[in-house]
Design a binder for this molecule. Structure first.
Ligand code: FES
Length: 572
């Protein structure tokens, strides 16, 4: 093994080495700070305010045991955590802050390798962005989905059934009391959302990137095997430090493309686009929206999981798990990328049987033949917009209708249920001011609710367009991530109610019947000034001043790339 990075703190007989060692001893074994002992940080996003990750302290104990057993020294390092359901105005505003803080703490401390403990939506992307930028040996533990709760005898999908039941209550097909009663049953156990929402998608992403032990993604949080695998992960990171196996050895362009293929096969979340683009940016890899379309389109959806399908994550585990699922499309994956083990990712495929082919669909009868993420362009989205066809209504993937425009989420909430709103099932709902700069933070509001009068008339989906994101648990014909966003002066800012909009997913087009001259004239009108107040201090100001658009992953411009694990100047 070459000299450990931590030796820059602990080696030597001078005053500084004395200080670094003395303050760390506190009862640890006498050889814990020897030059041969890898110091392993456990980047722990456990927090009572991140309920999906609240069990990670227990997981960290299993990691610690594994690190000790393999001859390393485990060090719990609590890092910024983001509870998707709790954090206002949106957890996405803080993803880059979390990643920046993680990266800096990894660099500032005497560590040689990192175990990344995540779960809830933004935590795994932030951890991977930080790991990519510091490029020390790192391995992910996905915290695992929760068990399925039931309400009145029916399984509940976290998130997905909140959207469905709340729309049913608004439509009057169930009472509001019944809707609220389901709240007690929604969250059955420890773990993250049990649909193929963003958290499950991020676990699949980490697995397909090669950043987990093979077979880790999708183990339910309460399952004893989660702790066994966590122990093994502790052992593995010590071996990775000895082998100097770093994120840049594992996360290559081809492994990013493998992740896109895996997410498509799983029917995963649209949020994977901004997260994979941001991770690629940290790695210095040129990944574009077109790569998502090229790699993901044509991949069949093999998982019959909500929100695209019927079942939930513990059904997937029972049916054979994520590797059995990905084995159904084994031939599509690039064969060179390796995992944290040093072995090819594809060597983990083709060996896990499928035990229930109503959950993991047979190769010749997928849930959907052609899924992935479709990238649309046109005079409404010159730098692209995305849609997840598997979660949309097939008949609406080609649609022309008049725009009904909302300038903000507040504007939409005030007017959407107005009986006098001039809207029909053919209208195209447009929401702006919800992009990275405009909100700020690009919240999950793109799947805006349908007008009550249309719900009552039986309408359950409409074309919706915005510069926002949407929850990975949501569904509908929802076009997201329009770039440039309205607050950055994109054409979305100049759409008017009544403009005719055409969506043509087959031909990858999103356009409005407004001439270039007319658009230019609208852009020069005083009324086109951005209608939002830019933040004046703190993180929000830094964010708005530097955030990139959605087609570049919405990272901060000065965080793109890597600063490595360079040890900085002495502190005393
Ligand atoms: Fe945490 Fe869904 S809210 S994973």
């Amino acid at each position: 093994m070459s000299e450990l990075r931590s030796a820059a703190w602990y080696e030597g007989n001078d005053r500084n080495a004395y200080i670094h060692r003395a303050w760390m001893r506190r009862g640890s074994p006498s050889d814990a700070l020897d030059a041969t002992k890898p110091q392993i940080a456990i980047a722990n996003t456990a927090s009572d305010l991140t309920p999906c990750n609240a069990h990670l302290d227990e997981v960290a104990e299993s990691v610690k045991a594994g690190v000790w057993a393999a001859g390393g020294v485990p060090l719990n390092l609590p890092v910024v955590s983001l509870g998707e359901t709790q954090v206002k105005p949106t957890a996405m505003l803080w993803r880059n802050m979390a990643a920046m803080a993680m990266e800096e703490m990894f660099r500032a401390n005497p560590i040689d390798g990192i175990v990344l403990l995540g779960g809830c939506d933004k935590t795994i992307p932030a951890l991977l962005m930080a790991a990519a930028s510091i490029n020390l040996p790192a391995i992910v533990i996905p915290g695992g989905p929760m068990l399925t709760g039931h309400f009145r005898g029916e399984a509940l999908g976290c998130g997905t059934d909140v959207w469905r039941l709340s729309e049913e209550a608004r439509a009057g097909t169930i009472t509001n009391g019944q809707f609220i009663a389901s709240e007690q049953s929604m969250i059955r156990s420890k773990g993250h959302c049990n649909t193929m929402g963003t958290a499950s998608t991020m676990a699949v992403m980490a697995e397909a990137l090669g950043m987990t032990l093979p077979g880790f993604a999708g183990i339910p949080a309460p399952d004893a095997r989660l702790l066994s695998m966590s122990h093994e992960t502790g052992r593995r990171i010590v071996e990775m430090v000895a082998a100097d196996r770093k994120p840049t050895d594992i996360m290559t362009k081809q492994s990013l493309l493998n992740a896109i293929i895996a997410i498509a096969a799983a029917g995963g979340s649209t949020n994977s686009v901004v997260h994979l683009l941001a991770i690629a940016g940290r790695l210095g890899i040129d990944l574009t929206l077109e790569d998502f379309d090229a790699a993901g389109s044509g991949v069949p959806v093999m998982a019959n999981l909500q929100p695209s399908g019927q079942f939930l994550m513990d059904d997937l585990f029972r049916a054979g798990g994520v590797l059995a699922l990905l084995s159904q499309v084994e031939g599509l994956f690039y064969r060179d990328p390796i995992t944290v083990t040093g072995d090819p990712f594809v060597s983990s495929l083709g060996i896990s049987p499928v035990y229930d082919d109503t959950v993991i669909m047979p190769r010749d009868a997928p849930l959907m033949e052609d899924a992935g993420i479709a990238v649309l362009r046109g005079n409404l989205a010159p730098r692209g917009a995305i849609i997840k066809p598997s979660a949309a209504t097939a008949e609406l993937l080609q649609h022309t209708g008049p725009a009904v425009v909302f300038d903000s989420i507040e504007d939409m909430r005030v007017r959407i249920d107005d009986p006098d709103l001039d809207v029909t099932a053919d209208s195209v709902l447009v929401l702006r001011g919800c992009g990275p700069k405009g909100y700020p933070g690009m919240p999950e509001v793109g799947n805006m609710p349908l007008p009550r009068k249309l719900l009552e008339a039986g309408v359950r989906d409409m074309v919706r367009i915005s510069d926002a994101r949407m929850s990975g648990t949501a569904y509908g014909t929802v076009i997201l991530h329009v770039a440039p966003e309205a607050a950055a002066g994109g054409p979305l800012a100049f759409v008017r109610t009544g403009d005719i909009i055409t969506v043509d997913v087959k031909n990858r087009s999103l356009s409005m019947a407004v001439s270039d001259e007319e658009l230019q004239a609208r852009g020069q009108s005083p009324a086109s000034e951005a209608a939002y107040a830019a933040p004046v201090r703190g993180w929000a100001k830094l964010y708005v001043d530097h955030v990139l658009q959605a087609d570049q992953g919405a990272d901060l411009d000065f965080l793109v790339g890597s600063s490595g694990g360079r040890v900085s100047r002495e502190s005393h």
